[in-house]
Design a protein around this ligand. Structure first.
Ligand code: ZN
Length: 70
């Protein structure tokens, strides 16, 4: 269990909401974790399900590239 840095409430669960994380040339779907008591954003992490799909896509394109073989 963690504590909210703002209101000090013990946080046994967090509200999550989808956000977009923007990098310089790419963006990811992420989840922001919000204190259920005071709505402070306590953390942000990439959406693992979306990341997994992205990785699958990257691996697939790598395979296709090597299959071209010349
Ligand atoms: Zn709080």
């Amino acid at each position: 269990m963690s504590k909210c840095s703002k209101c000090g409430a013990s946080v046994s669960f967090l509200n999550g909401s989808c956000i977009e994380i923007r990098g310089s040339d790419q963006s990811w779907v992420g989840i922001s974790y919000i204190c259920p008591k005071c709505d402070t954003i306590l953390g942000i992490s990439p959406d693992l399900m979306t990341l997994r799909d992205d990785l699958t896509e990257i691996v697939r394109s790598l395979h296709q590239r090597s299959d071209d073989g010349s």
